[in-house]
Design a protein around this ligand. Structure first.
Ligand code: DGT
Ligand code: CA
Ligand code: CA
Length: 569
């Protein structure tokens, strides 16, 4: 499609014109670019149908810009852009990605130091050349270097599970501020993405300066990228950035909808609005519900806002009723380390039980590693049965206390290279349930790995498959499998797939979950806790399931003990 390519050129023209100190035109190009991004029909088609007249009717497009569009359609280039680019031949996309670098800075850097791209910039900063420029100093040079470092490291993204607890503390502080009338998280954090680029707060206040002053003096702030009445950005000691935006109460809904994103969802909703004959922007609507209602949609949960079909589903009244954060009845993946130290493990199990009661669970399952995993002190057959006996006794004790919690005894066995399980069937059959997962030899080819897992699924004692991708986020890639084939086998054998809630793992990505649901394969959300407090990770598994459109009927630990145990038989 031509639209996105022309939009990109227009964005760059806007920056280049600003470098030239041209008034008004940059904003016009910026507006036109946004309009094009939101357009569903290719401009070429529009032009062929209605000529320049119809182009001029597009949002943000006047006569001058319409001519540029035609020039591009006819020649594949835009002369003005090429001339501007000749004068300032820099990589605009790369340089504007550095915090604090805008058109004015790009211009100075190019004119004085011939800096064209990120590499040039880093070299100059390291050589101490930036600080010698007028209006720059050691501080801005340091800022630039730090921002480049940040861009390089893990592409600047952070784990949801690492960030969320810290951000909640900050959220509380902001909420308690008397100048703050309303507050919400926005951006990828509100959508609960597995990794987060930066953190976005949205606030309603009549005294933005006070809010901004409080924000920049929060403990942990090490740098202020910019401070204004409507937006302020800071860097935290932990390495991530936080943005805060202040809006008027009457615009809270539209602003929240906009800043929650995703960008793709926004573009699609704005397109829908335009088709209905009005313009959707960040202003003027009080609640998100009203925003969606205006475009003929029911409320869409933030986790679904990725433009992967949620708008189409909403229009047809077919949005899923995704599981809620309070819908979980138990956790089936808790490690007690029975093989390492039995006395400690007993205490550990008691801790799991205590927390499970606190979390109002109906059941909690202990699933220790098995013997092949020697480094984890995996249990052999004898130890598994011994643990089962202990848990049976503990259950009796709970029953006497009139406690509704049931402790289940399972294991997390290993799927060997040939697909066999490292524990004999007789023992597996005696446990309440069996999880099996690949914990070794990840580098098999796709076909072999798929066969390996399917063979494990065909073992009638295996109920749940864990670690189906084997990835460790930002550390280890997924192993290769034919996911569709696995789904087919899971459906056939009634095997349950595990959504792992552990923050660096999150085996089963949102896209996997969505496919499993569509295939009618059941899933379980487990924390893989190695300490009782980690049972609180459940939330990250739930958010992953929500992002995968999962409903209560898809997730077996949203079910009562009776129904769930029936599934494990
Ligand atoms: P992140 O920070 O990379 O994890 O992802 P987000 O989604 O939090 O992105 P961010 O922080 O850049 O922007 C917050 C929201 O603002 C984003 O989800 C949607 C909206 N937004 C930002 N830039 C654009 C844009 O160029 N076009 C549109 N339509 N929306 C945007
Ligand atoms: Ca963000
Ligand atoms: Ca942001």
């Amino acid at each position: 499609m031509n639209n996105q390519e022309i939009a990109k050129i227009f964005h760059e023209i806007a920056v280049l014109l600003e470098i030239e100190d041209v008034a008004f035109k940059p904003q016009a190009y910026e507006k036109a670019a946004m309009g094009l991004e939101a357009l569903s029909e290719d401009v070429e088609k529009i032009y062929k149908r209605g000529g320049i007249k119809e182009l001029e009717e597009l949002p943000g497009v006047g006569k001058g810009i319409a001519e540029k569009i035609i020039e591009y359609l006819k020649t594949g280039k835009i002369k003005e852009y090429q001339q501007l680019k000749k004068k300032t031949p820099v990589d605009i996309e790369e340089l504007t990605a550095v915090e604090g670098i805008g058109p004015k800075t790009i211009s100075i850097l190019y004119k004085v130091l011939s800096i064209k791209n990120l590499k040039d910039l880093e070299r100059a900063a390291r050589a101490g050349k930036i600080r010698r420029l007028e209006n720059f100093g050691e501080k801005s040079e340091q800022n630039i270097l730090e921002s480049i470092e940040f861009l390089k490291r893990s592409k600047g993204r952070f784990l949801l599970g690492e960030i969320l607890p810290e951000v909640r503390e900050i959220y509380k502080k902001l909420k308690n501020l008397k100048e703050v009338k309303k507050i919400s998280l926005a951006g990828s954090l509100r959508r609960m993405k597995e990794t987060i680029g930066d953190i976005d707060f949205l606030v309603v206040s009549r005294q933005p300066e006070k809010v901004m002053n409080f924000f920049i003096s929060l403990p942990g702030v090490i740098k202020i990228w910019g401070k204004g009445a409507t937006k302020t950005s800071v860097r935290m000691r932990q390495g991530y950035d936080m943005d805060i935006r202040v809006v008027a109460g009457k615009s809270f809904g539209s602003a929240l909808q906009y800043f929650t994103g995703s960008k793709e969802h926004n573009i699609a909703t704005r397109k829908l609005a335009m088709e209905k004959g009005f313009k959707l922007n960040e202003y003027g609507i009080k609640t998100e519900e009203e925003v969606y209602k205006k475009i003929g949609l029911p409320y869409i949960e933030p986790e679904l806002r990725e433009n992967t079909g949620e708008l189409e589903a909403g229009l047809r009244g077919k949005l899923p009723k995704i599981i809620g954060y309070q819908d979980i009845c138990g956790d089936l993946h808790c490690h007690s380390h029975w093989g390492a130290d039995k006395n400690k493990a007993i205490k550990q199990i008691e801790n799991f039980v205590r927390l499970a009661r606190e979390m109002n669970y109906e059941y909690v399952g202990i699933s220790d590693h098995t013997k092949f995993l020697a480094i984890e002190h995996g249990l052999d057959e004898k130890q598994l049965l011994e643990q089962k006996k202990f848990i049976d006794k503990l259950n009796q004790k709970l029953k006497i206390e009139n406690c509704k919690l049931k402790i289940l005894c399972g294991c997390e066995a290993n799927i060997m290279a040939d697909g066999s399980i490292d524990i004999n069937d007789k023992t597996l059959a005696k446990l309440d349930y069996v999880i099996a997962g690949v914990h070794s030899q990840f580098k098999m080819n796709r076909e072999k790995m798929t066969e390996r897992i399917i063979r494990a699924m065909r073992n009638p004692n295996v109920d749940i498959i864990s670690h189906l991708t084997g990835r460790i986020i930002q550390q280890r890639d997924e192993y290769e499998i034919d996911f569709d084939k696995i789904l087919k086998a899971a459906k056939e054998t009634g095997t349950i797939l595990e959504i792992n809630a552990y923050p660096v793992r999150l085996d089963l990505k949102d896209s996997n979950i969505r496919k499993a649901k569509e295939a009618g394969v059941k899933m379980v959300i487990n924390t893989d806790s190695h300490q009782s407090e980690q049972m609180r990770f459940m939330e990250y598994g739930i958010s992953q399931a929500r992002r995968g459109w999962a409903e209560k009927k898809d997730i077996i630990n949203c079910w009562s003990a009776e129904k769930m145990l029936g599934m494990l038989k």
